[in-house]
Design a protein around this ligand. Structure first.
Ligand code: PXP
Length: 259
């Protein structure tokens, strides 16, 4: 409209707040407090675009009733992180979250970088992706930014991937610049490849204010899922403030988008 038609479209970057570790704190003492659903509502009021929760097979933090309450009580999309098992698929089909992110829970399901080994697990993952899609759930595969994993996700018909940012965040935190640069290049190239293949691109794991601001510069990425750091910061500044500061960091990064 203002002669900017040649510029790539930079989409809003959504923040999914993962409230698993509010449940970790609750479970440390038993009882009902702190309530992860109350945390989810507070996160939304402070600017979260959605809530992410991982119902693990061992139920170490989030429990079945938390998922049911989140779906019933929060006014924004619920993203259910889940293993690709028949038990979790049945829960997802009953709950009908807005989105589901398939994650590895067992060592043998993982690539060396920590995400799903989509190629090796194709026959297990594909039917779960297909069932969730049929139910209208937006499915993402949590994978490393490796070309083989990304092309497999596209071939499987997954509408989205979530790039595992853990190794990059670890390298940044350790001030290992050479490794951080290599991991960053892998993420940036992976995000571009995924978009070219028509996948929606999310990212998450280990992000803090600094790494979230940096990754927000990649215009291909439309959603960040962040949990542990925000809940940890909440100890010092409160959950609402940690989320507001995170949103501001993401907006700054997005304003400096690169392509
Ligand atoms: N995305 C996925 C798929 C995850 O499994 C997790 C961890 O539960 C996160 C994002 C959030 O990671 P963190 O708690 O390190 O911010």
């Amino acid at each position: 409209m203002f002669g900017n038609n040649h510029l790539p479209e930079v989409l809003h970057l959504r923040l999914g707040v993962n409230i698993d570790h509010v449940a970790t704190l609750r479970n440390a003492r038993g009882g009902a407090r702190p309530d992860p659903v109350q945390a989810a509502r507070a996160a939304i009021e402070a600017g979260a675009d959605g809530i992410t929760a991982h119902l693990r097979e061992d139920r170490r933090h989030i429990r079945d009733e938390d998922i049911a309450r989140l779906k019933a009580e929060i006014p924004k999309p619920l993203n259910l992180e889940m293993a690709a098992t028949q038990e979790m698929l049945a829960i997802a089909l009953k709950t009908r979250p807005h989105a589901a992110c398939l994650v590895p829970e067992r060592r043998e399901e993982r690539t060396t970088e920590g995400g799903l080994d989509a190629a090796a697990q194709y026959n297990t993952l594909e039917p779960v992706v297909s069932e969730l899609k049929k139910a209208g759930v937006m499915v993402a595969l949590f994978i490393a930014a490796e070309p083989a994993q990304i092309t497999t996700a596209a071939r499987m018909g997954a509408p989205a991937i979530e790039i595992h940012t853990g190794s990059w965040c670890e390298a940044v935190a350790a001030a290992d610049q050479r490794r951080a640069a290599a991991e960053w290049q892998r993420i940036a190239e992976g995000a571009r490849l995924a978009r070219r293949l028509g996948l929606e691109v999310h990212a998450g794991h280990g992000l803090d204010y600094q790494t979230a601001e940096h990754i927000a510069k990649l215009p291909e990425i439309v959603e960040l899922n962040i949990g542990h750091f925000l809940v940890g910061e909440a100890v010092f500044v409160g959950l609402a403030q940690s989320i507001r500061t995170m949103r501001a960091a993401m907006e700054r990064g997005r304003g400096n988008a690169v392509s």
